[in-house]
Design a protein around this ligand. Structure first.
Ligand SMILES: [Zn+2]
Length: 228
């Protein structure tokens, strides 16, 4: 049986189970449709968000949602590393996690790697960046290394790094569909919360991708910086 040749592997490394969809869901869907194998490594289960629910229950829900979202965007699977939130770097050196992390990267053989920006507003996103860059150097990787932003709506900082602009006009709808797989992130205790958070959340993503599109002559776009 004829099998479509893979164009190569793309690896996304992020802190929480929905960062990859918010940051580059449209790009992942596009690469997947072009024949790339897109793999995602997620550093934590994000179990600290809801302290009143047992950790293992939250973790299970997050894994299921991330897998469902990955299927929607055409990814090749998500791998959870299980680092403790706000203690990524110290936890990474324990329990053989860093060795395991390197083995996973060796097996995937990525031609492109995407991770959080060094100056992201979230502490765990910055820690994820530092871990990825350190590992990249230690492993002497040759893959293109790009950074993405999750909640910086409009970046006013001048960056002198080369940009990668991906026109996501054809895959923006898939991104939104994948985002809807993350039901446990939203507190359903009040319907009001649900409405406000849910709509505001999608509105922010919409604005960001539209803004990047306007700047780059397309309907929607996602923008990355090449740092290696
Ligand atoms: Zn995050």
């Amino acid at each position: 049986m004829a099998k479509t040749m893979s164009k190569g592997a793309v690896l996304v490394i992020c802190s929480h189970s929905d960062d990859q969809i918010i940051g580059l869901g449209g790009t992942i869907a596009k690469y997947a449709s072009e024949g790339y194998d897109v793999h995602t490594i997620i550093m934590s289960f994000g179990e600290g968000v809801k302290p009143h629910i047992r950790r293992d229950i939250v973790s299970k829900a997050r894994i299921k949602e991330a897998q469902r979202a990955d299927k929607i965007i055409g990814g090749k699977g998500v791998i959870f590393i299980g680092l403790k939130e706000s203690r990524f770097e110290e936890d990474f050196e324990k329990r053989g996690i860093s060795e395991n992390f390197k083995k996973i990267i060796t097996n995937i053989k990525p031609v492109k790697i995407f991770t959080h920006a060094a100056d992201d507003a979230h502490k765990d996103h910055r820690a994820c960046f530092r871990i990825v860059l350190k590992t990249y150097k230690q492993m002497k990787l040759k893959a293109d290394l790009y950074t993405f932003e999750v909640w910086h709506l409009i970046n006013l900082k001048k960056r002198n790094k080369p940009k990668l602009i991906v026109n996501t006009s054809d895959t923006f709808n898939i991104k939104i569909k994948a985002l809807k797989a993350f039901k446990s992130q939203i507190d359903l205790s009040t319907f009001y919360n649900y409405l406000v958070l849910n709509n505001f959340f999608f509105f922010l993503i919409y604005i960001k991708d539209v803004w990047n599109g306007i700047k780059n002559n397309s309907k929607y776009a996602e923008v990355f910086y090449k740092i290696r």
